[in-house]
Design a protein around this ligand. Structure first.
Ligand code: WTA
Length: 571
């Protein structure tokens, strides 16, 4: 499929000449943009917030433009600086120290962002959780990280299984509540008592900043650990790829429970002192177009699954809104369909720029730059300072147009520094000097990378990574389910949907009511996006002789594909 290539349009882009920049590039140049380069004092909260609050020309600029269907609020850099200082004081009062893990289980709200930077100012490591997580998902993450403190709302508190969390000393509650024990801290009360001055905890570039839990094909979700040094790459990519300028109004649609929502929903725009739109509530085409229109958004970072929904909603909906401020669009999380790019040209008269990266990589690695030709279907080219290649299973580089493992040469600034408490898991990502992504891809003669699929069983549904093991584990907790095998099944809108094959325990019958009950069980126990959309009862689940579920075989059956090598199949 050789779709029409889309040339770059004329424009005053921050990155004008990719080849030239790549050839002469050094990360040391980027470091000159940070105050720590001179002062030696590091904390990303200072670079993203306080530095602007100290600047008389910047302090009253709107940093956070928050809106949701029932709340509107604007915070300047000065406001955010003070509020995060107050929250840092609250944390300090309750003995939070550098290196402690402090988790946030909050809807997108001004309180989320004030608390998030408050945590960073104490030198603690912030762990944001997606607000749709249910009990099991919350338990796994808080247990594994040994979180000391959690910030949540009284409504979400019931999903926090406190009896299983011995390390959790305090819980900050945002909102009205009747909890009286010393364990609970009232956010609004403590904030109003707290000073707006705080002595920020200076840390090392290699000290912990954020933990994001993400799924692999085996085991529980793993804690991907990022350090303050990541800011170097957040800053650079915000300049070259997001093309941020002083007067931009930027909107990243990702929730801060996922890496895009922190790296690019928090750090990238604020390191540049740009106004950042945060929209709470759920997706709908009218809501999203309305947000672009109302706030005069100029730069928009979103995801294929949302864009596909906008395509389905049709062009009449777009025409109701004035999107004339919009000048630049990017996408991440799944393959960006060429059809969506074609539609973007019609609907917005703009190119949509695909970007590729992962929770583990901390920031964008392979991207389409505004100043470069787009080849629809390609993720683009590596950013300056990053070497990407296609390698075989021994780590040897493959020639152009040959499919293999997409790999990145170790050592980019925002790379995860470890997987929390699982050094062997961390090591398993690397072959020699290469970080191996788990994605398969090829590179064309001109250095454009083309995504082909995942090499493991990880499911990507609506841009969210789901580990089959987590879903299988939850399924078999249901009294009716004996065994379970979970796969991703291709779906035009969601990329993939989750399909579960199950066997039933004696005494249970395969009825629509039972299947619905099982589905709900996963939905309310784990999270809505992990609940199988399709459930099928089988007499047995194919396993290897060593007892591993053969998901690949389930997938071949489902898709009517040849089953390949089944020699390890259990009798
Ligand atoms: C997939 C999200 C195709 C890929 C930042 C990767 C993509 C996984 C793209 C990481 C893209 C991400 N084209 N696939 N542009 N971007 N992916 O950790 O399989 O939630 O390995 O990070 O999403 O998902 P994660």
């Amino acid at each position: 499929m050789d779709m029409q290539r889309i040339p770059a349009r004329d424009g005053d882009y921050n990155l004008k000449n990719y080849d030239k920049m790549r050839d002469s590039f050094s990360w040391d140049e980027v470091k000159k943009n940070f105050s720590w380069n001179e002062t030696g004092k590091v904390n990303i909260a200072y670079e993203a917030i306080d530095r602007h609050a100290e600047n008389p020309d910047k302090k009253d600029k709107v940093a956070l433009l928050y809106s949701s269907p029932d709340r509107e609020e604007q915070l300047t850099f000065d406001d955010l600086s003070k509020k995060s200082n107050q929250f840092a004081n609250v944390l300090k009062k309750y003995n939070v120290k550098k290196g402690d893990r402090v988790f946030l289980f909050l809807p997108r709200s001004p309180e989320f962002y004030a608390s998030f930077f408050g945590i960073l100012k104490t030198g603690a490591v912030a762990g944001p959780l997606f607000e749709a997580f249910m009990e099991q998902a919350v338990r796994d993450r808080l247990q594994d990280s040994e979180a000391r403190m959690l910030i949540t709302t009284p409504e979400l508190l019931e999903r926090v299984p406190q009896e299983d969390l011995p390390d959790l000393e305090n819980i900050v509650l945002v909102g009205d509540h009747n909890e009286s024990s010393d364990k609970y801290i009232d956010y609004h009360k403590e904030m109003s008592d707290a000073s707006t001055d705080f002595d920020i905890e200076w840390v090392d570039l290699e000290d912990g900043m954020v933990i994001h839990y993400t799924s692999g094909s085996t085991g529980k979700p793993k804690g991907v650990y990022h350090v303050h040094n990541a800011m170097v790459q957040h800053y650079a990519t915000a300049e070259w790829v997001i093309d941020l300028k002083e007067d931009d109004v930027y909107w990243c649609t990702a929730d801060p429970g996922w890496v895009t929502g922190t790296s690019y929903g928090v750090f990238a725009p604020w390191l540049h002192g740009v106004t950042n739109v945060i929209r709470g509530g759920r997706f709908s085409p009218d809501d999203w177009y309305g947000t672009l229109d109302k706030h005069n958004v100029t730069v928009w970072y979103t995801a294929p699954t949302a864009l596909r929904k906008l395509v389905s909603a049709g062009e009449d909906v777009v025409k109701k809104y004035d999107l004339s401020s919009l000048r630049h669009i990017m996408s991440v999380g799944e393959p960006l369909n060429p059809e969506v790019i074609t539609w973007g040209l019609k609907a917005f008269d703009l190119r949509i720029h695909d970007t590729w990266w992962m929770t583990e990589t901390g920031a964008m690695l392979i991207v389409n730059f505004p100043s470069e030709e787009i080849r629809p279907g390609s993720m683009g080219k590596p950013i300056p300072g990053v070497d990407a290649a296609i390698v075989d299973n021994e780590g040897n580089e493959l020639p152009p147009n040959q499919m293999g493992n997409l790999a990145i040469k170790k050592g980019w600034p925002s790379m995860m520094r470890h997987i929390w408490k699982r050094p062997e898991k961390f090591q398993s990502y690397f072959i020699n000097e290469w970080y191996v992504s788990g994605d398969s891809a090829y590179k064309d003669e001109d250095g454009y990378f083309w995504f082909q699929g995942r090499l493991d069983d990880v499911i990507n549904t609506s841009g969210e990574r789901v580990g089959p093991f987590e879903v299988e584990s939850k399924l078999i907790e249901h009294p009716a389910v004996s065994e379970a095998g979970v796969i991703g099944k291709p779906d035009p809108e969601r990329g993939e949907i989750i399909k579960a094959f199950i066997t039933l325990n004696e005494g249970y019958e395969d009825t629509p009511e039972l299947l619905e009950d099982i589905r709900k069980f996963v939905k309310t126990g784990l999270s809505a996006h992990s609940a199988p959309r399709e459930l099928e009862v089988k007499d047995s689940i194919p396993k290897t002789r060593s007892g591993k579920i053969m998901r690949r075989l389930l997938k071949s059956w489902e898709l009517g594909l040849p089953t390949g090598d089944t020699s390890t199949l259990e009798e």
